[in-house]
Write a protein that binds this ligand. Structure first.
Ligand code: ADP
Ligand code: ZN
Length: 607
């Protein structure tokens, strides 16, 4: 067996490489450079961890995610890999010990913060050590276009200058061509082989629904589908994250707020509870998530609309990194559009910048209102084509009914036009439905020909019509005029009868009918599942590591299904390498035997 595959099976406990992994590893093993572009959860880490073990010397991993280094190293140690890290959180005497290990060849992998690498002392140390490779994680940090720019990354070209014989592998999940070109030029990777994996995350089920009563909708989603799962709820404002977190706690969930206004201790504490406890929900602004690589986040819920498809993709991408089914769930309404457009109008940027932002928001709205497969649209946005509808998004699972909204749209446009384009949605609905209230009389709107022409639709249906017309750019929202609606040139052909329009029919949001299996198969032995999770939790707590570092959910599930009774059966489970077999095999076999009322044979346990 070739060495990399042996390492994959014996150390990591996985049977096969995923498609580009094998080739990437071969490239690096042969001493070549590689640029790896893979979505979150695609399996980037193995691409440098396997060569780190297969090659002589220590692999140096440059990563900006200092807060995560400890966890990453803990996880590697669980696999029996000699890993360590150097960053500013380490007391000097410990750092010195690590440096010594590097010099004497006692390390397979060393994570370091980029600012360290630029210190002469560090470079000298590297020059005296045997190096297997350099891995540059989160390589998009060299890009000044992106939002994660780190100036220390610019100096990483010196790796190539000072250590021309050591192969380099740069990794990122950031897609766009401009960033990629910048990585290549700034890191001097012109000779590197590029590996670009698709951006699809097939295990994520995308669901977007109109917002009626967000709390009720969220509660139903959580209670029905994720009662004990870890997840993230994103909100736009700090205030709202606090309120929602407090309310979820009242409803019996473990929910913690996270936003830039909390002290750094509080944020670190909440993040660590999210990582280390089972089933914690973090209610956060977008400040939360950069580099969270918790694999078992089962859902990401948005109560407010992200500004761009890029943000939506990045935020939802934090779900299901372990490849198990996960939900990206969102509710949104007209209010979001108004609020976001307002924020953009008030932002500092140039007119050109504002137009670009507007454009990106429109793409996001397009994704919300689309009646065909969401995944096709999402991937299409990133320039990737999915030939068939995916079968794992809300529009695929519950096909959207459309109706001919031409007449209703004309009524809505005409109501806005005849009232001087000075009124917001609520008043226009009153006009259309023929309301007789003070405001109507005050403006003589009961005298308009449009007054009462729209009684056939109720207020919610009208709201849906207006939302779709705004989202599709027939109306613009005047932000100084308290959200009054103005007609856009796009509506001319519709008003003239040259064009018709199909609108989404809103249905009460039901649980998506899944074709993929949910994280817990229905016939799963719940008692055994809970007992295994309990065992994992105890082991994790004893070592101060997150539970998924012991075993991923998928491994526990496999235990439930296959119910191994011997060490050799246990070693067949995905994610069980030699070290974990030795360390945890017996404990878990006992739990399984206890639950099943079997007495394990001593010979089985030691076989
Ligand atoms: P990324 O860094 O690209 O976001 P990770 O390296 O964290 O992704 O890998 C995501 C998950 O996939 C991890 O749980 C990892 O153990 C798992 N994984 C990676 N490669 C394989 C493989 N060949 N077989 C099975 N699981 C894998
Ligand atoms: Zn689909």
């Amino acid at each position: 067996m070739p060495k990399p595959k042996q390492i994959l099976q014996n150390t990591f406990g996985y049977a096969e490489f995923r498609p580009p992994q094998g080739e990437i590893i071969d490239t690096v093993l042969a001493g070549g450079d590689a640029l790896v572009l893979m979505p979150t959860g695609g399996g980037k880490s193995l691409c440098y961890q396997v060569p780190a073990l297969a090659r002589d010397g220590c692999a140096i991993v440059i990563s900006p995610l200092i807060a995560l280094m400890q966890d990453q190293v803990d996880a590697l140690k669980q696999l029996g890999i000699r890993a360590s890290f150097l960053n500013s959180t380490l007391p000097p005497f410990e750092a010195e010990a690590v440096e010594q290990q590097l010099l004497t060849g006692e390390l397979d992998l060393l994570y370091i913060a980029p600012e360290r690498l630029n210190q002469p002392r560090m470079l000298e140390l590297l020059a005296q050590s045997r190096l297997a490779l350099f891995a540059i994680d989160e390589a998009h940090c060299v890009s000044q276009w992106g939002h994660d720019f780190r100036s220390d990354y610019l100096k990483l070209t010196l790796l190539h200058e000072q250590f021309p014989a050591v192969p380099r592998i740069a990794l990122t999940a950031t897609a766009d061509a401009r960033t990629r070109a910048e990585i290549v030029s700034r890191l001097d990777l012109g000779e590197a082989r590029q590996f670009i994996a698709g951006f699809d995350r097939p295990n994520i089920c995308y669901r977007i629904a109109p917002r009626h009563n967000p709390k009720t909708q969220l509660l139903k989603f959580l209670k029905n589908e994720h009662p004990n799962d870890a997840g993230i709820v994103y909100c736009l404002s700090r205030n709202k994250t606090e309120q929602i977190a407090a309310w979820l706690c009242e409803e019996g969930f473990t929910a913690l707020p996270y936003h830039a206004g909390l002290s750094s201790e509080m944020r670190a504490y909440h993040q660590s509870r999210f990582l280390k406890e089972d089933g914690v929900i973090v209610v956060a602004t977008i400040a939360f998530g950069m580099g969270i690589d918790k694999p078992d986040v089962r859902f990401v819920a948005h109560l407010d609309l992200p500004k761009t498809v890029e943000s939506y993709y990045q935020e939802t991408g934090r779900a299901g990194r372990d490849g198990q089914p996960a939900d990206a769930w969102m509710v949104y309404g007209l209010q979001d559009v108004i609020k976001l457009r307002q924020m953009m109008a008030n932002s500092e940027g140039s007119e050109e910048h504002k137009r670009a932002e507007q454009h990106r928001l429109n793409a996001m709205l397009g994704l919300c209102e689309i009646t065909s497969c969401r995944r096709q649209a999402l991937l299409g946005y990133f320039g990737e084509e999915l030939p068939e509808p995916c079968g794992n998004c809300d529009t695929c699972l519950n096909p959207v009914d459309t109706w001919d909204g031409t007449e209703a749209a004309r009524m809505a446009l005409s109501a806005a036009y005849r009232t001087g384009q000075r009124f917001g949605v609520n008043h226009l609905i009153d006009v259309l439905r023929g309301a007789e209230n003070d405001r109507i009389f005050q403006w003589d709107h009961h005298l308009l020909p449009t007054h009462g022409v729209g009684r056939d639709l109720d207020a919610n249906q009208w709201r849906s019509v207006f939302r779709q017309l705004v989202a599709r750019g027939y109306f613009s929202v005047d932000l100084e005029g308290f959200g009054s609606l103005r007609l856009e040139p796009k509506c001319r052909p519709l008003l003239k009868g040259e064009e018709s329009i199909d609108l989404r029919r809103e249905v009460k949001q039901t649980a998506a009918k899944r074709q993929t299996k949910t994280p817990l198969p229905e016939n799963l032995d719940v008692g055994l599942w809970e007992a295994l999770r309990d065992c994992r939790r105890r082991l994790a707590e004893a070592q101060g590591v997150p539970p998924y570092v012991i075993f991923h959910d998928s491994t526990l599930q496999e235990m439930c299904v296959t119910q191994p009774t011997s060490m050799s059966q246990f070693s067949e489970l995905g994610g069980v390498g030699q070290r974990k077999l030795d360390k945890y095999g017996e404990v878990f076999l006992r739990v399984i035997a206890d639950q099943k009322g079997l007495v394990p044979q001593e010979s089985d346990l030691t076989a």
